[in-house]
Design a protein around this ligand. Structure first.
Ligand code: ADP
Length: 519
């Protein structure tokens, strides 16, 4: 029986005629089956929902297509090249606050890989995994538990529904000792725009068994160019998993004053660099802590920036610090004990900060979900942040920070000042990397309020430019600000990005505009 004709799209890819696009859609149906080619408004609606401070129309996809195999992705590339249809690949599509599933510009076809979701291999001896794009953290966690494999994951905050491949290729981070996810990635398979299948690292060697254990392979190291880019569609990714330690000891340190951020960094940086604190610990401010557990209306019903006296009230009544450190120790009982003594000694010597152990925290939030994150367990607790002010708007402003007290103080003051000018809140945490810190600020706003939308957009643009003037730039950004961010990294970087694009994808069909890169 003939398949029903697909709905005419509300929007076409730029420069593609309605009849050419209809032809492309027919070809997609031939390759994927009608149920995997979505063009009607109802099916596109969830992919069109953005959290950026811009109209959905600017990010509206022309269609969504769902592939299940590498061969299908290769065939899609051929159609896209012929008809010049741009495709925006997503894996689990949960890039909340960075653009969600929607493309950078309107009229792209979303290539949704959620059904390409095989866990191809977990090697319990080498502590590695090879996964497809649609594998979620929850799925991988369940697999490990069901098969009694004592390995831990490292996940971003909305862990259950996001996935390792999408998160890692966007260079997301987590909270365990493996929190710098791209560092723990090993080997990729990539479908290039011309349909060739590249395996990076050791992957090109026939009969290799080292694809997931040696990152660099031979010659230029290529994996990096397939992250935060649009040079290929990643169809497999290797990753390293952490052996479950015999003892896990999460703890928190509470600091009372905003300006304590300086001393926190100076006290804890040496412990992190020396590996005494092995994980990507976080320093969360009062509003982040509060937002994770309650809406702002519990303490404040007004609009605009939350006043300081309200924050003081929240601190006192909810037992939240101005800054709240979450870190953990992993290892044998003896190893943990030694490091615990070093840490408590350093805190005591600094004269500030109150340590809270898991026993003291009990079942209370936010400690409980933080303890989960630092062992790579599943939680959705941080969705609470989106309820803080309500209205569905969120754009992460995430400048890279040198882990020095003076720099942290400067960035915090500057961010607070600019957000205040626009009536918005400083909801922030620092995630401590190997030498840097990701200063993660959730610019929250009400998308149903046009005035607040406009202010949020202007605020974000100013955050980027004012931080930029001082030599600070973000590590990742939402789809509305990819070009402004690319400019901060300089013209030569933009030139090289574009030269690679022209070489690998001369028709510019893969994710035009991603990280500001186009042919
Ligand atoms: P998550 O759900 O873990 O947040 P996403 O699937 O939303 O991850 O992916 C995040 C971003 O990474 C996407 O917006 C896209 O730009 C890029 N991306 C995701 N999957 C792929 C892929 N398979 N190949 C190339 N780029 C990808």
């Amino acid at each position: 029986k003939a398949a029903p004709a697909p709905a005419a799209p509300a929007i076409l890819p730029p420069g593609v005629s309605a009849s050419d696009f209809a032809g492309a859609i027919r070809e997609f149906i031939e390759i994927l089956g009608a149920e995997n080619v979505l063009t009607d408004a109802d099916h596109l609606a969830p992919y069109t929902k953005v959290m950026v401070a811009e109209s959905e129309d600017l990010h509206r996809p022309a269609a969504v297509i769902m592939a299940r195999t590498v061969e299908q992705v290769q065939k899609i590339m051929a159609v896209c090249n012929r008809v010049r249809v741009p495709i925006w690949p997503i894996s689990t599509g949960r890039n909340f606050g960075y653009g969600s599933a929607a493309p950078q510009s309107a009229g792209q076809v979303i290539l949704d890989l959620r059904h390409m979701n095989r866990i191809i291999e977990v090697d319990p001896v080498m502590c590695t995994a090879l996964v497809e794009p649609g594998v979620t953290y929850q799925q991988l966690k369940d697999y490990l538990v069901e098969n009694n494999i004592p390995l831990w994951l490292s996940c971003p905050a909305p862990s259950a529904i996001a996935g390792p491949l999408g998160n890692t290729v966007d260079r997301g981070v987590g909270y365990t000792p493996y929190g710098e996810h791209f560092m723990m990635q090993c080997g990729m398979e990539v479908v290039l725009a011309d349909g060739q299948v590249l395996r990076t690292g050791m992957g090109g060697v026939q009969n290799t068994n080292a694809w997931q254990v040696f990152k660099w392979g031979y010659g230029p190291y290529l994996d990096g160019i397939f992250t935060q880019s649009n040079y290929g569609v990643v169809t497999k990714m290797g990753m390293w998993l952490m052996p479950q330690p015999p003892v896990y000891k999460p703890f928190s340190i509470r600091y009372e004053k905003d300006e304590d951020i300086h001393d926190i960094v100076e006290t804890l940086r040496p412990l992190r660099i020396a590996g005494v604190i092995p994980n990507a610990m976080v320093f969360a401010n009062v509003m982040w802590e509060a937002a994770a557990i309650m809406p702002r209306s519990k303490y404040y019903q007004g609009t605009g920036t939350t006043p300081d006296h309200v924050l003081e009230e929240i601190k006192a009544k909810e037992g939240i610090g101005a800054w709240n450190v979450y870190a953990a120790l992993y290892g044998t009982k003896e190893q943990v004990e030694v490091n615990w003594n070093i840490i408590t000694g350093a805190i005591k010597a600094s004269g500030k900060g109150r340590i809270i152990t898991e026993e003291e925290a009990g079942e209370t939030e936010p400690f409980k979900y933080r303890a989960k994150l630092m062992r790579g367990d599943m939680t959705l607790q941080e969705f609470g942040l989106y309820r803080w002010r309500g209205g569905g708007g969120s754009m992460w402003f995430a400048p890279v920070t040198v882990a020095k007290g003076s720099e942290t103080r400067d960035q915090t003051e500057l961010a607070k000042k600019i957000l205040g000018e626009f009536g918005l809140d400083y909801v922030a945490e620092y995630i401590v990397g190997m030498r840097d810190m990701h200063h993660i600020i959730d610019v929250l706003f009400d998308r149903s309020n046009p005035d607040e939308m406009e202010r949020a957009h202007a605020c974000f643009a100013k955050l980027l430019s004012e931080f930029g003037k001082r030599g600070y730039a973000v590590y990742r950004v939402n789809t509305a600000f990819m070009d402004q961010t690319a400019d901060l990294y300089g013209p030569v970087k933009r030139h090289v990005d574009q030269a690679l694009k022209r070489a690998l994808d001369p028709n510019g069909i893969i994710a035009p505009g991603k990280s500001g890169i186009r042919i």
